[in-house]
Design a protein around this ligand. Structure first.
Ligand code: PGA
Length: 249
């Protein structure tokens, strides 16, 4: 069986009342699968995740962090703070952060570096918009995003990153990329990492309207190592079905 990474991105959703039974359940679900399970929660719930998930098989983390260590950065959260609560993961460069909050490739690069330096696994997101895909620019855009995010980072550190291909047009739209489109881009990204950094075992996930009805088909593709799951992770029963996907290697 292929060991799949199935990581939920809760975005700005959930509350304590919902999360309490959710965390209890996901601990049980993770016990009964050989897949790797994780959740990136809103930062105010990291404390709760620490107390409910620490010591279980469920990895947890944040959806963003700042690259400076401390200081006058109102509203921001440092890698040290994430470490204080035992975070395993942090999402970096999600397309919603790039587009709504105007994060640049340079900032994303600094965040990836800081996460690696702090021992937190960055989940580095990349992906083209519909307009870019229609203009046949998808591969150029993806190459650019990846290479800029990895600027000045050593191969051995890049090997510790989890990458996530998330085409913007598939995120939250209900329309995922086809398994072929996802495979095509993820194998391209893997080739890029091989050619530039001599890395052949990098983990690359697919994200964008992944759900129980399309997980089997998409995750069966050769180059796809798992999924970053937004909307479908909010319902624990739906997420459980995705987590229980079995793919023969
Ligand atoms: P979605 O989001 O599954 O709701 O499309 C995925 C993501 O943005 O990580």
């Amino acid at each position: 069986m292929k060991k799949l990474y199935l990581i939920g991105n809760m975005k700005m959703n959930m509350n304590c009342a919902v999360l309490e039974p959710y965390f209890d359940k996901i601990v049980e679900i993770a016990k009964n699968t050989s897949n790797i399970v994780g959740v990136c929660v809103p930062s105010v719930y990291i404390n709760m995740a620490k107390y409910m998930l620490d010591g279980s098989k469920v990895l947890f983390g944040a959806q963003n962090m700042y690259y400076e260590d401390k200081g006058a950065f109102t509203g921001e959260i440092s890698s040290e703070m994430l470490n204080d609560f035992g975070c395993d993961l942090v999402i970096v460069g999600h397309s919603e952060r790039r587009s709504i909050f105007k994060e640049t490739d340079e900032e994303i690069n600094l965040k990836v570096k800081k996460a690696l330096e702090s021992g937190i696994t960055p989940i580095l997101c990349f992906g083209e918009s519909l307009d870019q895909r229609n203009k046949n620019m998808a591969f150029t855009i993806v190459e650019n995003q990846i290479m800029k995010a990895l600027n000045d980072i050593k191969s051995e550190d890049i090997a510790r990153i989890i990458f996530a291909y998330e085409p913007v047009w598939a995120i939250g739209t209900g329309v995922s990329a086809t398994s072929k489109q996802a495979e095509e881009m993820i194998s391209f990204a893997k080739r890029l990492l091989k050619d530039n950094y001599n890395l052949s075992n990098v983990i690359v996930l697919y994200g964008g309207s992944l759900k129980s009805s399309n997980a089997q088909e998409i995750l069966s593709e050769k180059s796809i190592d798992g999924g970053l799951i937004g909307g479908a992770c909010l319902d624990i029963n739906e997420f459980e079905k995705i987590i229980n996907t079995k793919v023969i290697e």
